[in-house]
Design a binder for this molecule. Structure first.
Ligand SMILES: Cc1cc2nc3c(=O)[nH]c(=O)nc-3n(C[C@H](O)[C@H](O)[C@H](O)COP(=O)(O)O)c2cc1C
Length: 214
């Protein structure tokens, strides 16, 4: 019980301490193993039909970070952070349905019958959706995994900033993004050189309605 309480308060601390950090120590490099460890935890995020449409391009090469800089409005975190993680959505996510549901069934989490139905349904449904619909679903799921990644990073003592301020078309061109992948967000990750500035929030009452809008 006390363990649970400690974990809860730690989690609240992580939530409250995460801030968008825009000044990074350029000398800190996060190892690929550690980046993978953080991603692995972030991948526990929920997604539509568990199709996990997120894909990541991790840019940890200094030259490529410099190349990204003007594409991302010269935001200095792009150059100084340990890495920039581009989160993209796969418009062919349903092609992974078989792999995902087979894995789920093999682990004993799903019967063969349900597995087969899920594969068939998701391929039919998602495969039949207009790209704009799929794009919207993917962007939403990309947001969920991104949030998890930013919280995991904070829990491990790192800092992040999500960035929508970049030229998507130029990014696709510069990094030869395959046509089936649509960029959602860039996330700079590293060690803060300066803390992020505090920001305020609308209150619960200002953003919440009960049962009806008034
Ligand atoms: C979708 C999205 C796009 C954002 N784009 C940028 C950006 O391009 N550059 C930047 O410095 N911050 C960006 N931010 C960070 C927000 O400015 C920041 O989250 C907000 O001001 C609240 O501050 P906090 O993250 O420190 O709590 C973005 C945030 C989100 C969610």
């Amino acid at each position: 019980m006390s363990n649970e309480l400690t974990l809860t308060s730690d989690f609240v601390k992580v939530l409250k301490e995460r801030r968008s950090v825009r000044h990074y120590d350029p000398h800190v490099k996060i190892s690929r193993d550690e980046l993978k460890e953080m991603l692995e935890l972030a991948l526990t995020a929920p997604s539509s039909s568990n199709l996990q449409p997120w894909r990541f391009l991790i840019i940890d090469d200094q030259e490529l970070q410099e190349k990204l800089l003007p594409i991302a409005n010269n935001q200095q975190q792009v150059r100084d952070a340990s890495a920039v993680i581009a989160v993209l959505g796969d418009l062919k996510s349903y092609e992974q349905a078989e792999k995902i549901y087979n894995r789920t069934a093999e682990a004993g989490f799903m019967s063969e019958e349900i597995k087969n139905a899920m594969i068939q349904n998701s391929v039919r449904m998602y495969g039949g959706l207009a790209p704009e619909r799929l794009h919207r679903i993917n962007q939403f799921d990309a947001g969920l995994v991104s949030m998890q990644l930013m919280l995991v990073a904070r829990a491990k003592g790192y800092d992040t900033v999500p960035m929508g301020g970049y030229n998507v078309e130029k990014f696709k061109e510069a990094f030869s993004v395959p046509e089936t992948l649509e960029p959602a967000l860039l996330i700079a990750i590293g060690k803060a050189a300066q803390p992020g500035h505090p920001s305020s929030r609308l209150t619960v009452d200002e953003v919440t309605y009960w049962n009806e809008f008034h």
